[in-house]
Design a protein around this ligand. Structure first.
Ligand SMILES: [Zn+2]
Length: 139
């Protein structure tokens, strides 16, 4: 048959096109699987005491208690105490026994509010020298 080579060429072209399509599909699937989930990125860097830092990923659920410049397990309300709550990508000063509780009033800190809050990416307890900073993935 004389038109057999032409048929083969079409078949090869089809296979190549199919291969390219599969490669593209695999790339898209990988991109979906590997891309960072919105809102789940970043972390909170807590500064306290004599320059100590504690970094908590924003997607963790955790309560951090700092008393008299030290990391402790439980809140007792004694000394200079700050209770920091981290959940759902947000951090806030849940409780503090500083005068005026300014830090508690500073509200919720997360990727979105870090752009709009007056204090930006920070929650600051000046009297107790406890600072929480939101650090995005790109930083
Ligand atoms: Zn405070």
């Amino acid at each position: 048959m004389e038109h057999e080579p032409k048929k083969n060429r079409i078949r090869i072209n089809l296979l190549l096109a199919l291969g390219a399509l599969l490669f593209a599909a695999a790339t898209i699937v990988l991109w979906f699987l590997l891309r960072p989930k919105p809102g789940a990125g970043g972390s909170f860097v807590i500064r306290y005491g004599n320059g100590e830092t504690l970094t908590v990923p924003a997607d963790e659920t955790r309560t951090v208690v700092i008393r008299d410049g030290k990391l402790v397990d439980e809140a007792t309300g004694e000394g200079d105490e700050n209770v920091i709550r981290i959940e759902n990508g947000s951090a806030r000063m849940e409780r503090a026994n500083c005068r005026h509780e300014d830090c508690v009033q500073q509200g919720v800190l997360n990727a979105e509010t870090a752009v709009t809050r007056p204090l930006g990416a920070w929650i600051i307890c000046a009297p107790h020298r406890v600072y929480i900073e939101y650090v995005g993935d790109g930083a």
